[in-house]
Design a protein around this ligand. Structure first.
Ligand code: SF4
Length: 334
């Protein structure tokens, strides 16, 4: 990888409740290169969003964040509010699943965009209004001049998500974190928004992290994928390698659960059990209670991430060769 834009090392997040700490993110090492599209996948509760909220200092006071997050070498963990304000929106912007809960319902779209431009680029008056118009055009909103005067409730979910993307672009960020950006939208609008994000990334050269529980969404829109489980990174590879030859039993289980649109009809294979709650992960490999090939050592020793191919890493004690599925092997432990 070229010199990373963002470098995360040993990132941990613990939440304090009733005097006890529960670990939600457990030692993440991850880098994002300038201009790259990285997908982060995993079931709900795996820590995908918490990791980035921690990086941007957006977690509540009861969260304890450890480790390091650097952008162009500048440390963000425990950084001053002033530095974080300079980074948020300007260097790293974030869009969320539900745009209607992020936009202010009492202000017009134009006013909200102009505020973002004032904050991040110190634009004002006619210049800010012209830039707001350009941004709405850029995100494909027809009749943008009229839409500037609309309130969020007058727009559909898809249009509101386009407005959120325009607001995220207002600061001309180097990295856009798109956190489940299409989950609340229907399939057609979802495809349009993902295509829009891809076009903007290519046009502007910004990097993008696409967080999703939907492997299909990630497969078509990123070049590299990181899989998270119970706060840990369990597999990381180029998209073609991960989808063509997953090596970690969890990734293999996720892919086996996808319906096959071309083959004969079959019952969907689900991974049994659920992701452990923060603070309740087993001592060894967090996936052990659900893993079809768990061994006795998996109960006590957390597996380290190791290289299993060119730019391909997996955190599993077993060496599962490409083409073999842990789910097709005899169970080693019940
Ligand atoms: Fe975890 Fe062991 Fe299963 Fe690998 S084989 S995923 S280390 S439980």
């Amino acid at each position: 990888m070229t010199v990373p834009l963002v470098e995360i090392a040993g990132l941990t997040v613990d939440f304090e409740k009733d005097g006890r700490l529960s670990r939600a993110v457990d030692g993440i090492d991850l880098a994002v290169a300038p201009g790259e599209a990285l997908g982060i996948v995993g079931e709900s509760g795996s820590g995908k969003s918490v990791m980035w909220l921690a990086a941007l200092g957006l977690l509540p006071a009861r969260a304890r964040v450890g480790g390091s997050v650097r952008i162009d070498g500048q440390q963000l963990v425990a950084a001053s509010p002033r530095l974080l304000e300079q980074v948020r929106g300007k260097r790293i912007a974030m869009i969320f699943q539900d745009p209607s809960s992020c936009l202010n319902p009492v202000h017009r779209i134009g006013w909200q965009l102009v505020e973002a431009l004032k904050l991040h680029r110190r634009l004002d008056g006619a210049t800010a209004r012209a830039e707001a118009l350009r941004l709405l055009d850029q995100v494909g909103i027809a009749d943008a001049r009229r839409r500037l005067g609309d309130h969020p409730h007058q727009l559909s979910g898809g249009l509101n998500q386009r407005v959120m993307i325009a607001m995220a672009l207002a600061g001309q960020p180097d990295l856009l974190i798109a956190d489940e950006p299409t989950t609340a939208l229907d399939a057609t609008i979802q495809a349009q928004i993902l295509a829009l994000l891809g076009d903007i990334r290519r046009d502007t050269g910004m990097a993008m992290v696409l967080i999703s529980h939907d492997l299909g969404v990630v497969a078509e829109n990123v070049s590299r994928v990181a899989v998270m489980y119970a706060g840990r990174l369990v597999e990381e590879a180029l998209g073609k390698d991960l989808f063509g030859g997953p090596r970690h039993p969890y990734t293999q289980g996720l892919l086996a659960a996808l319906p096959d649109l071309t083959g004969p009809r079959r019952q969907l294979a689900a991974i049994p059990g659920t992701v452990p709650e923060p603070g309740k992960a087993p001592a060894g490999c967090s996936f052990a209670p659900r893993c079809p090939v768990a061994e006795p050592r998996c109960q006590s020793d957390p597996p380290a991430s190791r290289r299993v191919g060119l730019l391909h890493r997996s955190a599993c004690h077993l060496s599962i060769e490409p083409g073999f599925s842990a789910w097709a092997l005899p169970r080693a432990a019940e």
